[in-house]
Design a protein around this ligand. Structure first.
Ligand code: XMP
Length: 328
């Protein structure tokens, strides 16, 4: 393992605000020493790691950080708006917002194979990001939200270091990775100390291909919208019930399958919405959250009445294994 990629045994676990503050001060110095007056580019997804790196870099180099937020159309409801509000309006970041919704959804039209969908989303993301980078010219540094488990897992060959992944070599960036020796819980403590909102710092995991893997089969705009709206209702109801932050991951899936129902006294041939809520330590094995009956009834009532195109709600009782967390 490269020298700078080994966490020293003496490194104290960041569990308090004071320790986070000391880490922030130290990183600000080291970022300034590394990049000087140069600009740094960062792909800001709105996830915990890239958000914390952005907030750290803003503190260290201000307007010399250029954040690029790519909206691929597969983000959750309100997410692009939250990234713009927090980073552009509140932290005064130099933020480029790229609306690539039509581009991604156009490429994904009629694509049913899950792996091909993932591949298209990943490839296109790199293309969009590289295009933005080439418009800026002269940027030598790339900020990244690499964390310690990413380094350990890529060393052990468990997964490729997806953050570095397929960036075209001609971009030739030098990396700035201020949280690369931290574990996820430490990144959250640092994020909180940097003043990031709780819904950003303590958010549940969200896959890179986003809602695309929760809209099984070929993605259509109306069904994708049904996933997004039902997901927003589920999150709102879990929040109200005090389950947000307690249940590890929860979301909705809308398969391309219709059944007969009744709405306003008329036949309604519509999709069903599957609710999934799981708990885990390592994501290798997951158990199902036993959702209370009245809460499930409330969620069902709201989704079937508020989301166009949905006439039934089902709860997935399948642990992992045999089911994976995501449907694709
Ligand atoms: P599975 O479905 O493999 O999911 O049981 C395990 C965890 O990984 C997340 N996941 C992904 N994350 N890109 C990601 O960044 C992906 O393609 C992807 N697929 C699954 C999933 O949400 C769960 O937390």
């Amino acid at each position: 393992m490269a020298d700078g990629n080994v966490r020293p045994e003496s490194m104290e676990r960041i569990t308090t605000e004071a320790l986070a503050q000391a880490f922030i001060d130290e990183q600000i110095k080291s970022i300034k020493a590394q990049v000087g007056d140069s600009k740094v580019l960062l792909a800001l997804s709105g996830g915990v790691d890239s958000s914390v790196v952005a907030a750290l870099l803003i503190k260290a180099i201000g307007q010399n950080l250029v954040c690029v937020h790519v909206n691929h159309g597969l983000l959750r409801k309100g997410e692009p708006e939250m990234v713009c509000k927090v980073f552009r309006d509140e932290l005064k970041a130099n933020l480029i917002y790229v609306d690539a919704v039509d581009r991604f959804l156009g490429l994904l039209e009629n694509v049913t194979d899950p792996e091909q969908k993932r591949h298209i989303i990943g490839e296109e993301f790199i293309k969009v990001f590289a295009e933005e980078a080439s418009k800026l010219q002269g940027i030598r540094y790339l900020g990244q939200g690499t964390i310690y488990p990413d380094i350990l897992e890529s060393e052990q060959g468990i997964k490729a270091h997806h953050n570095v992944g397929g960036l075209p070599p001609e971009l030739n960036f030098e990396l700035v990775e201020p949280v690369k020796l931290l574990y996820k819980d430490e990144v959250r403590v640092v994020g909180k100390a940097l003043g990031l909102p709780d819904n950003m710092v303590f958010r549940q995991p969200f896959p890179g291909p986003g809602l695309g893997v929760r809209c099984p089969g070929a993605i259509t705009r109306d069904r994708l919208e049904a996933v997004r709206e039902s997901d927003a209702i589920l999150r709102e109801e879990f929040e109200k019930a005090g389950l947000a932050g307690k249940v590890w991951q929860y979301f909705t899936v809308v398969p391309d399958f219709k059944s007969t129902g009744i709405k306003n006294g008329k036949r309604a041939f519509e999709w069903m919405c599957i609710v999934r809520a799981i708990n885990t330590v390592d994501v290798v094995e997951c158990t199902v959250e036993p959702i209370e009956y009245n809460l499930m009834c409330r969620i069902t009532d709201r989704i079937t009445h508020e989301v166009p195109g949905i006439n039934r709600v089902l709860y997935d009782y399948t642990p992992k294994p045999t089911g994976t967390v995501e449907y694709e």
